[in-house]
Design a protein around this ligand. Sequence first.
Ligand code: CXF
Ligand code: ZN
Length: 336
Amino acid sequence: MTVRVKIHSTGVCHTDASTLWGRDPEGPGGLFPTILGHEGAGIVESIGEGVTNVKPGDHVIPLWLPHCGGCRACGKTNLCEKVWKMMGKGVLLDGTSRFTCKGKTLFHYMGTSTFSQYTVLPDISVVKVNSAARLDRVCLLGCGIPTGYGSALNTAKVTEGSSVAVWGLGTIGLAAVMGARKANAKRIIGVDINPEKFQVGKKFGCTEFVNPKEHEDRPIQEVLADMTDGGLDFTFECIGNVQTMRAALESLQKGWGVSTIVGVAGRGLELAFPPFQLLIGRKWTGSFFGDYKGEDLPALVEEYLKGELMVDEFVTQELQMDDINKAFDSLRGGKG
Ligand code: CXF
Ligand code: ZN
């Protein structure tokens, strides 16, 4: 049961860039030739037989992490067993590809392929959202914003009055900051080596900043421990760097601090750290799509429409499809 969607807008996520640049992380598959893109929004153009969740004309967000709703995992997580089996295979859940170019079959990407005028997806891979919302904004709810926002609200469950540090003030990190603010954290420290990010960080809720480049004489975990009476209640790694993941763990309060890995490390990289860090009760976890399911996205769209969720503020550049490579250049330069 499939749906054809006319894509209106798409964001460019760093995962698209990693795949394009030959540094595909575990997950998407890295198969070429393909149509990249997985952070889109569009309008249902037609539906196949048996489709009941959407109809032509509906505004939808494609889901790169759909779920069947019937397996063991669906009851507990957003990591559906049925979907997981097909992850990275470059085809739809039914094993087919619906794209060709000059007679040659193309691979799908993350089940969505939003860098396209039209895309075909399984019905469980689209969610209907309020048509009052701008599609060139809510496309960002297809990946980056929920990933960061949900890591703070759903995964770590940041508590009121707590202290938080976020490594990496890109889309994911800024969205984690926004989640921490929503949870009424008292202190939210942005950690980034690019001081240009501090201004924007403030807009999203950072109360302080630390630039590790200004503290090269000692480990950043010591700097943060000094600032926070021994350590933070919550830390978030939103870069995907195994060194900063370790620093984020070691910056926690002993006994109760929780560090959440949100950034995606390169394939094959491994973490090394003294297990004593865990013995003394520092806790490590990770967050995939912010622990959201597709069915949660309409509520985020409503939050946006009510002015309670920042989305417009994430947009750094708007380009036409023909100029898409400029978006990748911006990502490469740390500007987008
Ligand atoms: C990624 C995270 C790493 C696995 C594939 C999907 N998330 C979104 O870009
Ligand atoms: Zn993404």
